[in-house]
Design a protein around this ligand. Structure first.
Ligand code: SF4
Ligand code: SF4
Length: 396
């Protein structure tokens, strides 16, 4: 089946496959909740020892050790008064220690290790294909599908690049705690962005690759044009909304302890049993929107997308144009799923997010676009105007 209904059938089929397989995979991994329970009120009464305080509040000995700086087992029988801490200070420290312990115990560390190793191997493989110019439209779709299956369906929604930013901000706003493993994960993600333009978003992010795959399902076989109308919203609009959304997210976390992304988190498509009706509705809208607009979540909402966009300004490997070979036909800008190639080509002051998809490289008739290291250069004076004049003369 081809045409518009064929596209609809493929997208719906993909969604059903992802949701059904993700439900099945829930039982593969020892099903840890992967969500941190809300903090519970602590009981602190006069005359309590460290041990009774711990037993009453369900605090494990390592947590108590950290909390009171204990050095020996016999310190557990010390009265709380002997630490010369106010009740407020004890509660504050205990809540932080409990928050860190809850984060720690909610993680499936084997799965996380496997996922990061596979991420690094997969990104290295795609990087090599990109450098060799082997990302054809078919290969691109196959890679997106593979990434969605491996990093989403099989290995789940957590961890994710977006989660590292979102959860770090929320935990700090609510408990004033930093969970060190999350900072390490964020650093690894940002390192991939720094080495190769937005690479974790481009090829590894569970939500990103799925949106990208849906978008490509609505395009022709050369992947240079939509078979349905596809729109490129201006970057000033998408980025303004993304900045405002992050500001609202931070304000809600600080003022009310609320995580406004949680109910509509698109990564939960890989955790369908945890989705509310609102979440399902939002993901449905997002999937439909992904057919018409390139990666709507990434461009309009994602906190990591925003951070990654800032870091990609200094990425080592990125899309570059050789103006000596470029014939200024602008086929790359037309084929690019967003406005970014137009901005790269003309070296505008603001370059939007580039998702290193290599579509521009595919369509360039003179192979002037490379994914290489170094700074982008400006086009020679009058480069595009000369071309336009030649076209007018030819037409005349
Ligand atoms: S910007 Fe898109 S690809 Fe990047 S982390 Fe966010 S959802 Fe994933
Ligand atoms: S400029 Fe556009 S087409 Fe080229 S790699 Fe970036 S997002 Fe893809």
């Amino acid at each position: 089946m081809d045409g518009k209904w064929g596209i609809v059938v493929r997208v719906v089929g993909l969604a059903v496959l992802v949701v059904a397989a993700s439900i099945g995979m829930t039982y593969l991994w020892n099903p840890k909740p992967e969500t941190v329970p809300p903090p519970k009120p602590l009981v602190l009464e006069p005359g309590m020892t460290v041990e009774t305080f711990g037993r009453t509040n369900d605090l494990a000995n390592p947590v108590l050790k950290e909390l009171f700086g204990l050095s020996e087992a016999k310190d557990l029988s010390r009265p709380l008064d002997s630490f010369h801490l106010s009740n407020d200070e004890i509660i504050r420290r205990a809540q932080k220690a409990m928050a860190l312990a809850a984060e720690e115990s909610s993680k499936n560390w084997i799965k996380i290790l496997v996922k990061f190793l596979l991420w690094l191997a997969f990104l290295a493989y795609v990087f090599r294909l990109t450098r060799l110019g082997r990302i054809t439209p078919g290969v691109r779709k196959g890679l997106y599908f593979t990434a969605a299956v491996v990093f989403g369906v099989v290995l789940g929604s957590d961890p994710s690049a977006m989660g590292t930013v979102k959860d770090a901000i929320h935990l700090f706003a609510v408990q004033q705690v930093i969970f060190p493993p999350r900072l390490i994960a964020l650093s690894v993600f940002l390192l991939t962005v720094l080495l190769a333009n937005k690479y974790i978003c481009a090829w590894g992010c569970q939500a990103g690759v799925l949106q990208d795959l849906v978008f490509r399902l609505g395009r022709n076989h050369k992947d240079d044009r939509g078979r349905i109308p596809q729109y490129k919203p201006p970057f000033w609009l998408t980025n303004t909304i993304r900045v405002v959304f992050l500001a609202v997210f931070i304000a809600a976390a600080v003022l009310w302890g609320v995580d406004i992304i949680e109910p509509v988190d698109p990564f939960k498509i890989y955790k369908p049993l945890a989705l509310s009706a609102a979440g399902m509705g939002f993901i449905g809208v997002l999937a439909a929107a992904s057919l018409f607009v390139y990666r709507p979540w990434c461009h309009f909402f994602c906190p990591f997308g925003l951070v990654g966009w800032l870091v990609e300004k200094v990425s080592v490997f990125k899309v570059k144009v050789d103006y000596g070979a470029c014939v200024a036909c602008e086929a790359c800008a037309r084929a690019c799923p967003s406005t970014v190639m137009g901005a790269i080509l003309k070296q505008d002051r603001t370059i939007p997010d580039c998702f290193s998809c290599a579509t521009c490289m595919n369509v360039c008739p003179t192979k002037s676009i490379t994914f290489s290291a170094g700074k982008r250069v400006k086009p020679p004076e009058g480069h595009f105007e000369k071309k336009r004049k030649n076209e007018v003369k030819t037409e005349g």
